[in-house]
Design a protein around this ligand. Structure first.
Ligand SMILES: [Zn+2]
Length: 142
């Protein structure tokens, strides 16, 4: 095996990520809605063992790319392709604080730390390394 073919095998392995379906819903019930404005995923990360979240309606469009379990909670996404709305997993009960503080709990829990360069600054809403691409954030009225 040459170095080139080894490299090709590695990149193939990286690209073949697990795909998980988001939950297809008709409306968001007040959950923050992230509208996918192009074919690019709304959310992108680069976890080595990450997976892709795909639209629960058309099951084709990648909404969040290479994210990790526990990174996305309680968010709604509108698919660019079919305009369907999908929900991410909801926050597990055992992770909720004992009494709800006035602002809603962080939807995206911090995950394990790893050395990062340019995305290290505080205030990143989607965990380390996450890049929120061009999108429109809407809060749907209840
Ligand atoms: Zn879709």
């Amino acid at each position: 095996m040459t170095l080139m073919s080894l490299w090709a095998a590695i990149t193939r392995a990286i690209r073949r990520r697990e795909r998980r379906l988001l939950t297809a819903v008709q409306r968001t019930d007040g959950i923050e809605l992230l509208v996918q404005a192009s074919r690019k995923p709304v959310l992108r990360d680069d976890w080595p063992d990450g997976f892709d979240y795909v639209c629960g309606h058309c099951k084709k469009m990648v909404i969040a790319s290479c994210v990790t379990g526990g990174q996305i909670w309680d968010l709604a996404f509108q698919c660019f392709r079919c305009k369907g709305i999908s929900l991410s997993p909801v926050l597990p009960l055992q992770l909720l604080p004992p009494s709800p503080p006035p602002p809603p709990p962080r939807r995206l829990l911090p995950t394990r730390r790893r050395p990062r360069g340019r995305h290290q600054e505080r205030g990143q809403p989607f965990g380390h390394g996450a890049q929120l691409l061009r999108h429109v954030v809407e809060s749907s009225a209840p």
